[in-house]
Design a protein. Sequence first.
Length: 247
Amino acid sequence: MLRRSLYFLGLLLIVLTTSSCGGFDNYQAHLNEEFCLSVGQSAFVTEEDLGVKFIEIIEDSRCPQGVTCVWAGRVTCLIDIIEAGSSYKMTLTEPGLTDEYSRERCESYELAFHVTPYPQAGEKIYQETYRLHLIISKLPESTEIIASVIAEPFAFEGQHITVVGYYRGWDLLQEANTAPPVTRSDWVIKDLTGAIYVSANSEAKVPDGLRPDSLQNTGIILEVKGVVRVTKEGRPYIEATSIERLS
């Protein structure tokens, strides 16, 4: 009796494991919820016209557990993104020796991903054994207001506005392409239409961890609420009252 119970328990575990890793092709996934694919399997996000297929592992040089390595290594997988009837291939690369999800952006989506199993010393991982764990989330939509503020600064002077866009630090991508209007520490935010400075003397401060000299931070999306101010030379900028990190 005990042996039979253990047998059925084993079958149940196999079913649960397979289901949680997309055991069937065309697996139905959801935004902001983790799902898992094996090589060759596809999933479609039910809320979006979006699909993803795990094609293969291109490279796995991750440092095995319990081994001292000079380099942590990495694992790179190839996926196929299907959006609105079109498909294109994309590589996802995760560093070794980490338990955190890696992240890549694809159009208006962010893909958080993790590849299992992790290498063990002396053991080979076959393609059919790999699993790609994914969480797909939709990026916040940028506003379209900055160009209007730049074109008619005095029409916006003193007005409260909200800007959703990319943090660009000290104009690292030269999109504002002017000197800081208030202090040398003023920083730039960019929406779909243009880039504008935010005063470093604002009531609201940049969220912790964002460095104005770091190119790695230029992909971070912020929501900035504030008041439009205009310099004597007619250059607009934002005096921020609140800053929220959205991605």
